[in-house]
Design a protein around this ligand. Structure first.
Ligand code: 5GP
Ligand code: MG
Length: 182
């Protein structure tokens, strides 16, 4: 285990099972969907989850990226949402979008991106979050698919970072308190 990790919250195996679970729910719901289905990977944290998820779906998808920042640095959300990289296609009228998020916390990120894509005229918009931290929800928004419900902790690994570090861990864990003090 990485020296900075206090404990593992979800093992590789648990993440794999949760990914397979949401993949089968999504596959069931989209099997007969008309039009193109696009996985919208929210960078950077969702990269690892999105990459595993797309290979578990039993229907074809296309891929888009969006980068938003709501965290300045550290572990507290700023409440602001800036789009720093936007989807490359303009006409969304024939596109079913599945927004892929690593974690839903306050709900600001997912609810705002969801509403924006609906306003832009997407055929349908749904959301999947690997991790769901219900304790800090300020916005009344729930993803259509949730992989794992988690306790109210700040987690890293499997794409999730602390100041850009720990994304490469294959599991999801909680940092030792002294790491935040550096
Ligand atoms: P929300 O807008 O729902 O408050 O937060 C979503 C974003 O906040 C996530 O995409 C993620 O970047 C960040 N975030 C929220 N909770 C955590 C956490 O426990 N660990 C990490 N590394 N990022 C988090
Ligand atoms: Mg994120």
């Amino acid at each position: 285990m990485n020296d900075s990790i206090e404990r593992i919250l979800f093992t590789e195996e648990e993440i794999k099972e949760a990914t397979a679970k949401v993949a089968s729910e999504i596959s069931r719901d989209y099997k007969d969907a008309e039009g193109t289905t696009v996985l919208l990977c929210i960078l950077k944290g969702s990269l690892v989850f999105c990459s595993d998820l797309m290979r578990k779906l039993d229907f074809p998808t296309e891929l888009e990226f969006m980068k938003v920042s709501s965290y300045g640095s550290g572990t507290i959300s700023s409440g602001q949402l800036n789009i720093t990289l936007d989807i490359s296609r303009k006409d969304l009228s024939d596109i079913n979008i599945i927004i892929v998020e690593d974690i839903i916390d306050t709900g600001i990120t997912l609810s705002r991106i969801h509403d924006m894509l609906v306003k832009r005229g997407a055929k349908s918009v749904k959301t999947v979050a690997l991790l769901n931290n219900p304790a800090r929800r300020g916005t009344p928004y729930e993803p259509d698919y949730s992989g794992l419900f988690m306790p109210n902790e700040f987690v890293v690994g499997y794409g999730l970072d602390y100041n850009e570090k720990f994304r490469d861990l294959p599991y999801i864990g909680v940092l030792k308190p002294e790491i935040y003090k550096r």
